[in-house]
Design a protein around this ligand. Structure first.
Ligand SMILES: NC(=O)c1ccc[n+]([C@@H]2O[C@H](COP(=O)([O-])OP(=O)(O)OC[C@H]3O[C@@H](n4cnc5c(N)ncnc54)[C@H](O)[C@@H]3O)[C@@H](O)[C@H]2O)c1
Length: 367
């Protein structure tokens, strides 16, 4: 029997990670939970029936010597915890982003080099079955040459915009530091290495002055394809929509309702457009129906379940992590360029010579 310990007893830890670890109970015992806020760690310990609670992760590592450490704290704490866990011989799963700076990522990578344990970054959106399917279809040539993609990601205002104490407001660039890593690594998995980055942040909701920006446009340029992204934190509604296109076809993915649609509209006659619209509606209804059936039949697995069980199985079978620390570093590198551009925009807006709206800086080359 292996042992696991989780650091951070907040939102993602209690909603997704702990339930996923507890579903592996035939092979893994969750031995301890740690949170700077000991009362919170204690409450989670009782709620999930975990033997021990700690406020100090170093003490927890020393006492428990876990085989697995799962890091679910805000990003600024990831590097110190990961390094200490690797030094204690654990395999380490780290929520995205790997860390907040390239230097912190390098520190994790250096420590992993001489360690027994391996690091995996929870880039969970890569493991959606419909994202895997889209990638397979692109590889098979269904879209011809992939030339572009577009992502619309809306995080509802109530999730953290209303909370001045939420860590997202203190990340470099503001809220984009929290959900931005998802769209960066997802784009990279389709368009390849990102060469140029352009971002513009806007401030739309004055009632939440603690957030520097609440609406962003982002362009990520690969060698042959580009990703255009809108991230907003201004709506009541949540959305995560992805479109991919190439010389031979177009695909649309609703990441939340878990439906992949092939979009075919070669003819622009009213009949051709009508047939294509009906085709889309049929695919959406069939996809939603199949997902509903899986859910009711208890066959539905969320992506954190998949990520954590794969991480566990890869580790015990000596296989490499699905997402390495080097992959995590690439995302952090892009996020660093994004936050630098946003910082310049903030300075331009605050300078006395500029009373206009936020100006866009030019694109930044990655290398
Ligand atoms: N994959 C996803 O869909 C997803 C969703 C939400 C959050 N996340 C990621 O998960 C991580 C945590 O986010 P959250 O929303 O759960 O945050 P949260 O604020 O709800 O919880 C974080 C917890 O970590 C604790 N903590 C902070 N520093 C600590 C330390 N040094 N030692 C022990 N405990 C410490 C805090 O007290 C808090 O209870 C972040 O990296 C975030 O980006 C991922």
């Amino acid at each position: 029997m292996y042992t696991a310990a989780i650091v951070g007893a907040g939102f993602i830890s209690t909603r997704k990670h702990l339930p996923a670890w507890l579903r592996l109970r035939r092979d893994v015992r969750v031995a301890a939970v740690c949170d700077l806020d000991l009362a919170r760690a204690e409450a989670v310990r009782r709620q999930f029936g975990i033997p021990a609670a700690y406020a100090d992760f170093r003490e927890m590592l020393e006492q428990e010597r876990p085989d697995f450490v799962d890091v679910c704290t805000p990003p600024g704490a990831h590097a110190d915890i990961a390094v200490a866990a690797l030094q204690a011989d654990a395999n380490v799963l780290i929520e995205k982003p790997l860390a907040t700076t390239e230097e912190e990522c390098q520190r994790i990578i250096e420590t992993e080099r001489g360690a027994r344990g391996r690091v995996e970054v929870a880039h969970t959106e890569l493991f959606h079955p419909w994202v895997i399917k889209a990638r397979q279809r692109i590889r098979r040539g269904d879209l011809g040459n992939l030339t572009g993609m577009r992502i619309f990601y809306s995080t509802p205002v109530a999730l953290w915009m209303t909370d001045p104490g939420h860590f997202a407001h203190r990340l470099p660039g503001g809220s984009i530091g929290e959900t931005g890593p998802h769209v960066v690594y997802l784009s990279r998995s389709f368009i390849g290495p990102i060469r140029d980055v352009w971002v513009q942040g806007r401030k739309i909701l004055p009632e939440y002055p603690w957030s520097p920006f609440d609406d962003y446009r982002l362009e990520l340029m690969g060698d042959n394809a580009a990703s255009s992204i809108a991230l907003t934190y201004t709506s009541k509604h949540s959305a995560f929509l992805v479109e991919l296109w190439g010389t031979e076809g177009i695909m649309k993915i609703d990441m939340q309702s878990k439906v992949l649609v092939n979009y075919r509209r070669v003819s622009q006659s009213p009949g051709g457009i009508g047939l294509s619209a009906v085709g889309e509606a049929v695919q959406m209804a069939a996809g939603a129906g199949a997902n509903g059936f899986d859910y009711l039949a208890g066959r539905f697995r969320n992506i954190h379940d998949r990520t954590i069980s794969e991480f566990f199985r890869n580790s015990v079978n000596g296989r490499p992590p699905a997402v390495t620390a080097a992959d995590g570093l690439e995302t952090v590198r892009v996020m660093g360029v994004i936050s630098q551009q946003l910082q310049c925009q903030g300075e331009e807006v605050n300078s006395p010579s500029n009373s206009g709206p936020n100006n866009a800086s030019g694109p930044s080359r990655m290398r």
